[in-house]
Design a protein around this ligand. Sequence first.
Ligand code: GAL
Length: 383
Amino acid sequence: MKKQLAVALSIATVVGMFGSVSAFAGETEAATEGASGAGKKIGISMPTQSLERWNRDGSYLDEQFKKAGYATEVTYSDNDSGRQVSDIQNMIADKVDLLVIAAIDGEALNTVVDEAADANIPVIAYDRLIKNDNDTYYVSFDNYTVGTLQGKFIVDTLDLDNAGDKTYNMEITAGDPADNNATFFYKGAMDVLQPYLDKGTLKVPSGQTDFDSVATAQWDTQKALSRMQNILGSYYADGTQLDVALCSNDSTALGVTQAIQSDYAGKNSVLITGQDGDEANLKNLMDGLQTMTVYKAVANEAVVTLDLAQAILNGETVDQSWIDGRKFGFDCTFDDKSYTAVDKVIPSLLLVPDVVTKDNAVEKLVDTGYYTRDSDGYLHPAQ
Ligand code: GAL
């Protein structure tokens, strides 16, 4: 683990925190002679730089492929699907050998993924499934488990199984409907919590429980903030206590936390969930404002993606025995059931998410080398 991170870190000094990754990193130095990537080029299309994690994904992927001797083209499309389509079309025109795409909108890339297939360019759907049967493989974390971890954390922390006739009030903030992951996170959590909602142990005073009502376009912090302010103003101004804010990820949790700080009159501390380990949220975690975040080591997601790309370009078949043969040093499971694009189930390689709290953050994030801890006691991404 630490070794991989040491490798990944080498980019950090080069890349520097986000600023220097231009929207179009363009073609980089020629492939290292003899390395497996010699003479090959990889197109890496990320959704945006405004959501913190994708900067890390882009840098780790860029670094992994460069180290293997590939040339790379890295783009960030500012959460604009139209721009992502033209960014990918440029890569196809540049005759990249393989595409790694984290889709802004899983439904909006159909034409360009078909164009890639027509040009015999394999496509790895990265982190978010692209709803196109021409996806070659899908690499992500177990998205449903991200949700169940958040749900179980609420059940265990509030000891809902022994609540007796005590009840708890919860509000839900889910993710971007255009992101195929969002419903997996939501469903994972709700499948755990539904029995407590049915029993009345958990209540949702706003009544907003279906996905469409609680979704947050573009995972936008500001949208999550203003929706939560409306809910607090409408359903909690009379002194109703809020006990839980189930948030699918950190960018939405940041907005919800701000709304609770500015608009919630209650004196109790609200259990707030999240995902990603964003820097601002880890500060809130250490300050006791956010209660947990589901951490996904995207450095490892990049390692799997590199090895998968090489296997594809070498015409190898990828399945569980291939994964076991890689000896990644972290868990990764082959799944050929859970992710259907249109009619075709896309073979998937899924990594394991983990729960981070104030108490285990140093052990899980700093001791592993993914984050550093400065004298202020706060955690900062190593990259
Ligand atoms: C999801 C991703 C999450 C979160 C969210 C917003 O697709 O899996 O980690 O970052 O997008 O970027």
